[in-house]
Design a protein around this ligand. Structure first.
Ligand code: ADP
Ligand code: MG
Length: 606
């Protein structure tokens, strides 16, 4: 319950107006509901023939007494003038009007509630999305993609269905119950007191069942995350699954997860559906006990109520049993929803350890040099970079070479702060990059990777990605520099061609040239090329290499290359080995050393 209120305090404030109206309409609805029930009593009295005629009118006032007496006065008048039958018709019409008003205000209250419900869910979803884009890359190598998707879809839906659904009950039912109980106390406080001794007993029994619902629900949602992760992995790996004939084993893997979800959900729902019959049974039992007790009082003439008023009283009582039942069901639901909210909060409240300092500096230009000063880094415990120092002067091309796994990618990833150094520091023009505004830092750095990252959109939008208002001319110019213009105009719709998921409709070299065009358009002073040509065949490598050479003109570049021939002309070549720079110099200097570089070079010549 405490968690529930905390949740409301977090998400309800933007919807104060709707909440106020909702409560207001609910009160009106409960009041008219009470009137419609109250009118049953004179109707019954007429039917039983126990109606005592009221012959004197009292002044109108805002007290229940004056309302009731006057109402009875007018009914008595109708009975005296037109007979009992006509009076019943009048009361009937009156009840219909009251019920109409009641349902009207119920609808209006729901109308307001809908906006709160959907609004809160919308807000949560965008909060998660924003947070995901802000979280450091490291967060996502720990979490599975499918699980994050599950949190964003399934868990948000669960919060909507259970918490937001219950919110309605949580507001409406207490109001309804309070007003009905007020009337009941007015009718007979001793009977009402008796009723309320029964309630906590029933409530306790109901509460016992709901305990484990939250835990079970949490397990269910995380199982759903596993399933989505599998689907996501398998969809992107379909090619491998087919070529290795792994359909059977993939299906088995999926089946196991699916089956386990089935068992969890069974346990969850068995328990949840226990709530309804138990509360229905207990509710009826309580009513029967009250009927026995109240009936005993009336039969012995010990009660202030007559038989008709007692039936009216029972109607009121019945009127709160359903809301009370719904209220207890809502409490279960909220527990279930809170389990999902916890999972959502794992994302929302995740600490983002890579973020701007409050006094971060906005940098607009790169003037002088980039320096790695005694940089060390580890993803987990094993060190990946060890005391690396390197100075890159403006306009230079620096190449990083070394065997796979030696830490090249890691080293260049530190520059745009995809990760932060563990010790040492990286400076640009003397300023520690951790003191800069991340946005302005990343704006200065262009990135072309082995795996070009494209989106399912037009070629134009892929090139202009991240640029607010690039013109066609600029995009075409960038495409020309990137050697991409010629193949683009040959596609069916030119720059408006859609390139499919991740650019699947293009060849590797074409994808790479589009990602180069994107970098050209962004025009960053600093470039990182991480094995940009490694995945390509010789033919398209030539085209891409040309594009890269164009791109690198007048820029400071950090180039990781597999094929040493492509970096022969670099100003400085660093050989990385197990996270340390073991040799550095120009191509010729390094060959003269006859060390590790020479070995790498020989391997490629043969
Ligand atoms: P290179 O680019 O030189 O081939 P990397 O910089 O990619 O090498 O990797 C260096 C080492 O860091 C490798 O041993 C690799 O296993 C490890 N590594 C790379 N990325 C991660 C990661 N996200 N989490 C944990 N370890 C990683
Ligand atoms: Mg690499």
């Amino acid at each position: 319950m405490k968690d529930f209120l905390k949740l409301l305090r977090r998400f309800i404030p933007p919807y104060k107006k709707e909440l106020f109206l909702n409560i207001f309409y609910n009160i009106l609805s409960a009041v008219f509901g009470a009137f419609s029930f109250g009118l049953l009593i004179p109707a019954l009295e007429i039917l039983f023939g126990s109606k005592e005629l009221v012959t004197t009118q009292v002044p109108w006032g805002f007290s229940l007494d004056s309302l009731l007496t006057n109402f009875n006065f007018y009914i008595s008048k109708v009975i005296a003038q037109y007979g009992h039958e006509r009076a019943l018709v009048y009361i009937g019409i009156f009840i219909i009007i009251m019920v109409f008003l009641k349902v009207l205000f119920t609808y209006l209250s729901n109308y307001e509630m809908i906006e709160i419900r959907n609004g809160v869910v919308r807000d949560i979803r965008i909060l998660i999305y924003r947070k995901i884009l802000r979280l450091p890359l490291g967060y996502f190598s720990e979490e599975r993609k499918g699980d994050i998707i599950a949190r964003m879809t399934g868990d948000v839906a669960e919060v909507e269905n259970s918490i937001m659904n219950s919110l309605d009950m949580m507001i409406k039912n207490p109001i309804l119950i309070a007003i009905s109980v007020g009337v009941m106390v007015y009718m007979s406080w001793s009977l009402t007191l008796f009723v309320f001794v029964m309630f906590p007993i029933a409530g306790y029994i109901i509460g016992r069942i709901g305990r484990s619902l939250k835990r079970e629900s949490r397990i269910g949602q995380s199982k759903m995350g596993d399933i989505l992760s599998l689907i996501e992995e398998d969809l992107s790996g379909l090619r491998v699954i087919k070529s290795f004939n792994a359909e059977e084993s993939a299906t088995k893997r999926f089946e196991a997860e699916n089956q386990s979800y089935f068992f969890t959900m069974n346990r969850l729902m068995w328990r949840r559906f226990l709530a309804q019959p138990v509360s229905e049974f207990l509710g009826t039992a309580v009513i029967m006990i009250v009927m026995w007790y109240g009936g005993k009082l009336i039969l012995n003439n010990e009660s202030s109520l007559n038989a008709a008023a007692f039936i009216g009283y029972l109607a009121f009582f019945y009127n709160i049993i359903n809301p009370a039942k719904a209220f207890s069901t809502a409490l279960y639901s909220v527990e279930k929803g809170l389990a999902s909210m916890e999972r959502i909060d794992k994302i929302l409240l995740a600490k983002s350890n890579i973020s701007d300092k409050p006094d971060a500096i906005e940098i607009t230009r790169f003037e002088n040099q980039i320096v790695f000063e005694n940089v060390s880094f580890a993803y987990n415990s094993a060190p990946v970079l060890n005391n690396v120092s390197l100075t890159i002067k403006k306009g230079q091309t620096i190449a990083l070479v070394g065997q796979s796994g030696s830490g090249k990618t890691t080293m260049v990833d530190l520059l745009p702060r995809f990760w932060d150094v563990a010790s040492g520091r990286i400076t640009i023009d003397g300023i520690d990059i951790r003191d800069m505004k991340m946005k302005s830092l990343r704006h200065m750095i262009g990135n072309v990777n082995q795996e070009p990252i494209l989106f399912n959109d037009t070629i134009f939008n892929n090139i202009a990605f991240g640029m607010e208002n690039a013109t066609m001319d600029e995009v075409v110019k960038a495409a020309k520099i990137a050697n991409a213009h010629n193949f683009i105009i040959e596609t069916e719709a030119g720059y408006q061609t859609k390139i499919g998921d991740r650019g699947d409709k293009l060849s590797g070299g074409q994808k790479q040239r589009i990602s180069i065009a994107r970098a050209v358009l962004n025009n960053p002073p600093i470039l990182i090329l991480d094995e940009a040509t490694s995945a390509l065949d010789t033919e398209s490598e030539k085209l891409v290499q040309e594009a890269l050479t164009n791109l690198m003109k007048n820029r400071t570049s950090l180039v990781i290359a597999h094929r040493l021939s492509t970096i022969k002309n670099a100003d400085l070549i660093c050989v990385l080995h197990k996270g340390e720079i073991v040799e550095q110099g120009t191509h010729d200097e390094l060959l003269a050393l006859k060390g590790r570089y020479t070995k790498l070079h020989k391997m490629q010549i043969f």
